[in-house]
Every structure is written in structure tokens, then in C-alpha cells.
Design a protein around this ligand. Structure first.
Ligand SMILES: Cc1ncc(COP(=O)(O)O)c(C=O)c1O
Length: 367
């Protein structure tokens, strides 16, 4: 059994994907082609915003978003310690300081009740993460960001297609950041990412950043980088975009089946904020006790599972200089010790899901 079987997905759409790749090979337009601009328009429309700018990864999109907002040395940016490292890494890379706020253990997303206490006169922005595919609690968060005039960046690397109050993620903040890493719910066949925004200035900055700060070829207004999304990846994603809603719905169906079957006091199944449509990039449970033993047991049974994330960011060696210690963010720390993500993807068979649940039950009932 695989944690994520991308081969099944490829088999289902092979003809269209092969045709799309061949089209790019025949055109020999590999950099900044029509597929990139088409995808940018379509993703922007999908997210209900004006502009989409293809970049080379989700990490890149976060970095460029902060640069475009002119955030740097002396600034503080609030975010969650329970996310992939990129979210906070981008803040450090632009020269600013990440300020962590604990999560709500029910949703694994930033706890809006704990944000205000962390705001200082240096705070310029907040990066929200819609973790595992469930949007952060936008209503109370936006109330705070409006009050303190903070920029809002949505890290939607795990959540394209998720909704809050029936509105697409990436349409709430000043900037939305997407990752097309192959294992994402909307993944390419290589690295890729996109920044989406309603703000023309941010869009123009990102467009120039990705071509070394140039608007006109060989005229560089500022120092940028090579940060482009490949035309071949964009062509692949254009094919996949047609299936995104269907795939997200299938993920939800599979998630509901897990939740129905996993009826055991030893685990807590995902909580859904009633305002949210969760797209289950991950199906993540809390294992109250002996989580690591369960991982080992499942592995022995041939069942893969993954811990996203085993060490919260404030306890990572790379962030030691921020001088946080164990106990500073108890919910994030508890999550790190108890979460477990089970295989979920649109093509996963009911038979495999039953097998996974059966083995979990076996383990929980054994001791
Ligand atoms: C929450 C989150 N943010 C950012 C990223 C970075 O995306 P990428 O791997 O495309 O750089 C990822 C993906 O790994 C992610 O899960």
C-alpha cells in the first residue's frame, strides 16, 4: 500500500497529460509560455481574485509575497508554529522576525484568540496556514488584522479549493500562496507554485521579481531572481485543473468514510469548523496514546502513515535563535506528539481504507 498513489491518478488522465506534454515539446516553448498565462488566469478566476503569477514553488510564493509587501528587517510577522518550515522560513529569508502564535488543537490552525497578545508596533503581517486542507478561522482573524492594519498572507499550499463561508481560500488576504509540489492536492510533476492577489502592485512586483526585477528585457528595476513556473508544469496543471473539484469531492467522501469507521475513543477524527469546507489534503487524526507505537505497528502491517509534523517550528534547531522553549506553545507541542495522517487520495479503495481502520482498531483494542 502507498501513502499516496500518484500512478493511479496518472493512469486515469494519461492521454490528456501525454498530449499536453507533447504539445509543449513540439512548441519548444519551455519558459513563460501560453500554458503559464492560461493557468494564471484560470487559477485566479478559480480563487476569485484578479491576478495569478506562476512561480517556482510554494516557498517561493511566500517569500515573494513578503518582498512585494516590503516586509523586511525590523518587522515582525505572526504565524503558526505548526506548519511546514517554509511558512516561517520565508519570514526569516526577507530579514523579518517570525512571531509564533499557538494553534487550536481542534482544527490545528492558528488560534484567533491568541493573536492579539502577540501584536507589537513592529507587527506588519500575519501568515495564515490552511493546514491539511481546512481554512483557518478567517472571521475573527480578519477582525484583528483590520483593527491593527496588518497584511494578510494565506498559505494555501495544502488547500486549493477549500472554502470558508463558501468563499474560496486565497480570496480573503492581500496575497494567497499556492504550492504545486507533486504530492499536493493540486500537484504538478515537479516543483511549482503561484501567488494570487487582487492587488495590482503586488502582482506587478511578483511578475518582475521572477524575471530578475525586469519589466522590459535586460532593463532591471530591482534585484529579483529566476522564479518562474515551467511551461511544461503549467500544461500539466491545466489538465489537472479540470479534475480538481471532482478530486476534492472524492477526498471528502473518503474522509467521511474514515470518520464513520474510526469509531474508537482512542482516536479523535478531524473536527470541521461549520464555516469551512475541508478538502482533506491530509486526513489527520489525534491518537490519544502511544502514537509512535501505532506508526510502527501499522508499518509492520504494510500500512504507511505520516506525522505532519513531528517537531513544531519553535523547537527546531533552525529557530533556536528566537529563544522559544518547550511549553511555549502547548497545543502545537501536543499536536506534534499525537497527530497521525492516514493515506488519503481520490483513488484510494474502500478495501484499503477498511484495512487501515481494521489495523488501527486492532492496535487500540489490544492493550
Ligand atoms: C503549508 C505549506 N507551506 C508551504 C509549502 C511549500 O511549498 P513548496 O514545497 O512548493 O515550496 C508547503 C509544501 O510543502 C506546505 O505544506
Amino acid at each position: 500500500m502507498e501513502f499516496l498513489d500518484l500512478k493511479l491518478q496518472y493512469k486515469n488522465i494519461q492521454k490528456d497529460i501525454d498530449t499536453a506534454i507533447k504539445g509543449i515539446l513540439n512548441s519548444c516553448v519551455f519558459i513563460m509560455g501560453k500554458a503559464v498565462t492560461d493557468l494564471e488566469e484560470k487559477i485566479a478566476a478559480y480563487c476569485n481574485v484578479k491576478y495569478g503569477i506562476g512561480l517556482n514553488s510554494g516557498s517561493d510564493a511566500l517569500f515573494v509575497a513578503l518582498k512585494a509587501l516590503n516586509i523586511g528587517e525590523g518587522d515582525e510577522v505572526i504565524t503558526t508554529p505548526f506548519t511546514f518550515v517554509s511558512t516561517a522560513e520565508a519570514i526569516v529569508l526577507v530579514g523579518a522576525k517570525p512571531v509564533f502564535v499557538d494553534i487550536d488543537l481542534k482544527t490545528f490552525n492558528i488560534d484567533p484568540n491568541k493573536i492579539e497578545k502577540k501584536i507589537t508596533n513592529k507587527t506588519r503581517a500575519i501568515i495564515l496556514v490552511h493546514l491539511y486542507g481546512q481554512p483557518a478561522d478567517m472571521d475573527p482573524i480578519l477582525k484583528i488584522t483590520k483593527k491593527y492594519k496588518l497584511y494578510v498572507i494565506e498559505d494555501a499550499a495544502q488547500a486549493l479549493g477549500a472554502k470558508y463561508n463558501r468563499r474560496q481560500v486565497c480570496s480573503f488576504g492581500d496575497v494567497g500562496c499556492l504550492s504545486f509540489f507533486p504530492s499536493k492536492n493540486f500537484g504538478a510533476y515537479g516543483d511549482g507554485g503561484m501567488l494570487v492577489t487582487n492587488n495590482k502592485k503586488i502582482a506587478n512586483y511578483a511578475k518582475m521579481w521572477r524575471v530578475h526585477g525586469a519589466k522590459k528585457k535586460y532593463l532591471h528595476k530591482f534585484i529579483g531572481d529566476n522564479s518562474r513556473l515551467d511551461n511544461i508544469q503549467a500544461a500539466i496543471l491545466l489538465v489537472k485543473l479540470k479534475y480538481l473539484n471532482k478530486w476534492n469531492n472524492l477526498r471528502t467522501k473518503k474522509a467521511l468514510l474514515y470518520t464513520q469507521m474510526l469509531n474508537n475513543p482512542g482516536v479523535i477524527t478531524p473536527y470541521i469548523n461549520p464555516k469551512c469546507t475541508h478538502i482533506y489534503h491530509q486526513y489527520t487524526i489525534i491518537v490519544r496514546k502511544r502514537r509512535n507505537e501505532l506508526v510502527h505497528y501499522l508499518k509492520q502491517c504494510g500500512i504507511p502513515s505520516i506525522i505532519y509534523y513531528p517537531l513544531p517550528l519553535h523547537l527546531q534547531p533552525a529557530f533556536k535563535y528566537l529563544k522559544y522553549s518547550a511549553g511555549d506553545f502547548p497545543m502545537a507541542e501536543q499536536a506534534s506528539q499525537q497527530v497521525l495522517s492516514l493515506p488519503i487520495y481520490p483513488e484510494i479503495s474502500t478495501e484499503n481504507q477498511k484495512k487501515i481502520v481494521n489495523r488501527i482498531e486492532c492496535f487500540l483494542n489490544k492493550k
